[in-house]
Design a binder for this molecule. Structure first.
Ligand code: SPD
Length: 283
């Protein structure tokens, strides 16, 4: 039988391919083409408009690092906002904390429906949690109009093409700053340090113009190709590099936090940047 392959359509001159074992779902939503297939190495794979979003095998790296860096750095995170995050991975990690409420604003309800059905290993039972307020809306519009304030905002968006484009503008950062409490923190993804250098540089620059504390931090995972994958930390008052290893360990213990990637060493070292990234960011 002829082999079937998925080739990601994200970069103009490099492509990653996944051999498809079985296509579980293909659906055209109002916003994008949603696909879930299985791959013998990565497990179930979610793609949006032919771009890999997450895989069962390595999702923990991205989701843990988007969540635990800000939630452990914050002294007492109670109100959390997730923009995007329709697969439930960020929500699952947020719910490991004794928060009061988590609001998840996802533009595409179909992504949530497909994830609930096919990616239960990622979202687990988090969609049923009573602390969750689920809003189907444009994240940029929500942030612009809401009267609520949050301790941590996590932007779990796709790439700056299609519906997520607006989440990469300076206005969005300014609106996030307005809805953060005094010790508030935002984290988000800013792409591959090699293949999305422009996105990484521009978002770092914008964040520095808006927030006093701006840090880039690094992860590597097979699904997001192109060397180090970059995450951005923005806050007016909380510096995540000032927290000691002993305090990190104490917080993790008292929370009973179970992780597969994040730990105190990773927290301290993920902010160390190689020379080529420092140069790109003008540091
Ligand atoms: N190049 C892909 C970057 C995608 C980041 N967001 C994925 C959402 C996973 N929850």
């Amino acid at each position: 039988m002829k082999e079937k392959w998925f080739f990601e359509k994200l970069y103009p001159a490099v492509k990653i391919g996944y051999k498809i074992e079985k296509v579980l779902k293909t659906q055209l939503s109002a916003f994008q083409k949603i696909e879930v297939f299985t791959n013998s190495i990565m497990g179930k794979v979610l793609t949006l408009d032919k771009v890999i979003q997450t895989t069962e095998r390595d999702e923990f790296i991205y989701h843990e690092m988007l969540v635990h860096i800000p939630l452990i750095s914050h002294p007492d995170p109670k109100k959390i906002l997730i923009i995007g995050g329709g697969d439930g991975g960020v929500l699952r990690e947020v719910l490991k904390y004794p928060i009061q409420k988590v609001t998840l604003v996802e533009i595409d309800q179909t992504v949530i429906e497909v994830s609930k059905k096919y990616l239960q290993n990622i979202g687990k039972r988090c969609w049923e949690n009573k602390k969750l307020e689920l809003i189907i809306d444009d994240g940029a519009k929500f942030v612009k109009n809401t009267k609520e304030k949050f301790d941590v905002v996590i932007v779990d968006s796709s790439d700056p093409i299609g519906p997520a484009k607006v989440l990469f503008r300076k206005k969005f950062y300014q609106d996030i700053k307005r809805i953060l409490n005094k010790k508030g923190i935002m984290t988000r993804q800013t792409g591959s340090s090699f293949y999305q250098e422009k996105e990484m540089k521009e978002n770092f620059r914008i964040s520095k113009e808006v927030f006093k504390n701006t840090f880039l931090y690094l992860i590597t995972l097979p699904s997001y190709i192109g060397g180090f994958f970059t995450l951005l930390y923005s806050s007016e008052n909380i510096n995540p590099t000032k927290i000691s290893k002993a305090l990190l360990a104490k917080k993790i213990k008292s929370l009973g936090l179970k992780t597969k990637y994040y730990n105190p060493d990773i927290h301290i070292n993920c902010f160390s940047l190689p020379e080529y990234i420092k140069k790109a960011l003008k540091l």
